[in-house]
Design a protein around this ligand. Structure first.
Ligand code: 5GP
Length: 184
């Protein structure tokens, strides 16, 4: 298959951290859990672009409820592989989230600085509820962060690409989440 790791010869790609089958299974389980937790409600999924687009698409199809969608894009200042916590909104939401049950869908949480900023920003708009679903959480500072209700996988603190995650816009279409070795 085109986007499989075997088809990519790139020495910067290291080991597979989460394979496509494990991703698919876990996303289905998260969707089932969200379906139970939000029964009788119509959650508004808010995806953080661009990294969460693939996860959000698969997750939404595993939720057996009438969901709605919106997106925001943020940029964290910092180096290519480390955020500084200074966040800028590049694209704001289209919808008014006041009174809505918002489920924020994030690709990956490292220091938690980006997530913290986005949460505060959304809470200021007075949603009825706000929960976070993060596909990947790196082991580290935010280990038992109660603010992340749904966690796909805890992964070691390595830089990863694939399944929506990039380096300078590349690798997003890899099926697996793969370690990226800077400077290799
Ligand atoms: P934090 O603010 O939690 O340190 O970083 C969160 C943001 O940094 C993520 O939304 C993502 O854009 C980026 N990021 C953090 N770790 C990784 C990683 O391992 N791979 C990629 N591609 N982006 C990451």
């Amino acid at each position: 298959m085109f986007a499989s790791l075997a088809a990519v010869t790139d020495e910067r790609l290291g080991r597979v951290i989460v394979g496509s089958e494990a991703l698919a299974q876990r996303v289905r389980d998260l969707g089932a859990q969200i379906t139970v937790d939000y029964r009788d409600r119509s959650p508004l999924l808010v995806g953080v672009l661009k990294g969460a687009f693939m996860f959000m698409s698969d997750l939404a199809r595993s939720i057996d409820l009438p969901v709605e969608f919106d997106f925001m894009a943020v940029s964290s200042y910092g180096s290519a592989t480390r955020s500084s916590g200074v966040v800028r909104i590049l694209k704001d939401l289209d919808l008014d989230i006041g009174g809505r049950h918002v489920l924020l869908v994030e690709d990956i949480v490292d220091s938690g600085l980006t997530l913290g900023y986005v949460r505060r920003n959304l809470l200021a708009r007075r949603p009825a509820s706000l929960e976070v679903c993060a596909l990947l959480v790196k082991d580290g500072l935010q280990r038992d962060d109660p603010q992340i209700r749904y966690v796909g996988f805890r992964i070691p603190p390595v830089f990863v690409v694939g399944y929506g995650l990039d380096v300078e816009e590349r690798y997003r279409n890899l099926e697996d989440v793969v370690e990226y070795r800077e400077g290799a």
